[in-house]
Ligand binder design. Structure first.
Ligand SMILES: NC(=O)c1ccc[n+]([C@@H]2O[C@H](COP(=O)([O-])OP(=O)(O)OC[C@H]3O[C@@H](n4cnc5c(N)ncnc54)[C@H](O)[C@@H]3O)[C@@H](O)[C@H]2O)c1
Length: 143
């Protein structure tokens, strides 16, 4: 759980929601989880996901559990396909199996490519340039 998820937790907490954070701490820090319920686990662990969704009644899922380092994605693209694509598919399986019908996926602005105009408008559509693994692996589940 890092910058984006901490901000999201704070807003949801302010609105009175109970937030369950599921993170394998591969890139995050336990002390960044400021409240709510914390469960350590990976999206690749189907049993842990099943236990998570079986133990709590979720109104919605907000998915931030991605790998995001551009340099590392060039050195180790398989890790990025595995985590950003396969991990997301496992999460979507669990979401479907447990009838949670709201999910927000934290994608990347890079799906819009280099903007022709600033500010850019989201209805400009997908303009992903192939070759950037970190972008591709985030964009496939987005689609
Ligand atoms: N940082 C940005 O500016 C930005 C902007 C837009 C979208 N995003 C997207 O938001 C998401 C999160 O970004 P961030 O900057 O908070 O990244 P981050 O690396 O700080 O946080 C990701 C968290 O996910 C956890 N995680 C990674 N793989 C996991 C797995 N398989 N199972 C469980 N937990 C796992 C990590 O331990 C970490 O705590 C990414 O998908 C990124 O593409 C980031």
């Amino acid at each position: 759980m890092q910058v984006l998820s901490v901000c999201t937790w704070w807003l949801l907490d302010e609105l009175g929601h109970v937030v369950v954070t599921f993170d394998d701490l591969s890139a995050g820090f336990r002390n960044a989880v400021l409240g709510g319920i914390f469960v350590q686990g990976s999206l690749h662990d189907k049993a842990a996901l099943s236990e998570l969704f079986g133990s709590h009644q979720f109104d919605a899922v907000v998915h931030f559990a991605g790998s995001i380092a551009v340099g590392e994605s060039v050195r180790d693209p398989a890790k990025y396909y595995q985590n950003n694509l396969t991990g997301t598919l496992y999460l979507l399986d669990a979401v479907r199996e447990h009838d949670v019908n709201k999910i927000v996926f934290s994608s990347t602005a890079a799906i819009f490519g280099v903007p022709q105009y600033v500010p850019m408008f989201v209805f400009a559509g997908f303009r992903v340039k192939p070759g950037k693994t970190v972008v591709t692996t985030v964009c496939v589940p987005d689609r």
